[in-house]
Design a protein. Structure first.
Length: 218
């Protein structure tokens, strides 16, 4: 079963390119992005891993940890990192999980529970469902789960935008409208009464009674 919003992100122990981790302990009190790959030395994923390394400082500013996963052993990831550096200009500067036993992929619903065998004998097509972006909050709950096809590179600028919204709306009783960017107006959450909204936000623009627009809270 695929993970749903507000499910607890499954905990696990795994080897990574930065040593063995227990996932929930590794998350600590941070926001986290787990993004997965069907196979090492695949072209689209190579561009993604390089770009994520390039913009890691943007995640750092937001207090967000990054961790990758591929259905191959850690030793293979280390060889792939050299290709990523050579072709993309940036090598992964975050841990990469070795998932050659398929444990994490199965826990996160990316591969069937019956999956078994030698990871080295599987092709990218066998693992094509292992193309997820999961954003996990400090409460260890799933906040976002995106699934991409192998042919379409992921937009990590959009992931940053979503994290900005998630962090804002976790702190304030607001929602963010279509295409919202940091600093733009937001919508008072529907769960907030008008009396409570007056106390919290003062005045607002109201094109319809159910659309109450205010400047982004700081």
């Amino acid at each position: 079963m695929a993970l749903a919003i507000n499910d607890t992100a499954p905990d696990f122990e795994a080897e990574t390119t930065e040593g063995k981790i227990r996932f929930h302990d590794w998350i600590g009190d941070k926001w986290t992005v787990l993004f997965s790959h069907p196979k090492d030395f695949t072209p689209v994923c190579t561009t993604e891993l390089g770009y994520m390394a390039k913009i890691k400082s943007e995640f750092d500013k937001r207090g967000v940890k990054i961790i990758g996963l591929s259905v191959d052993p850690v030793a293979s990831h280390e060889g792939w990192a050299k290709d990523i550096k050579e072709t993309q200009g940036f090598a992964p500067n975050y841990p990469m999980i070795g998932d050659s036993d398929f444990n994490v992929s199965k826990l996160y619903g990316m591969l069937p529970a019956s999956t078994s065998g030698d990871a080295a004998e599987r092709t990218p097509a066998d693992n094509q469902t292992v193309r997820n972006v999961v954003v996990i909050g400090p409460d260890k709950k799933v906040k976002l789960n995106l699934v991409y096809p192998m042919t379409t590179g992921r937009n990590f600028d959009e992931v940053l935008r979503v994290i900005d919204s998630l962090q804002l709306t976790a702190k304030h009783k607001v929602s963010t409208p279509v295409n919202w960017q940091q600093g733009e107006d937001v919508i008072i959450a529907g769960s907030v009464s008008n009396d409570e909204a007056k106390e919290t936000f003062g005045e607002w623009k109201e094109p319809k009674p159910y659309i109450r627009i205010v400047p982004q809270p700081q």
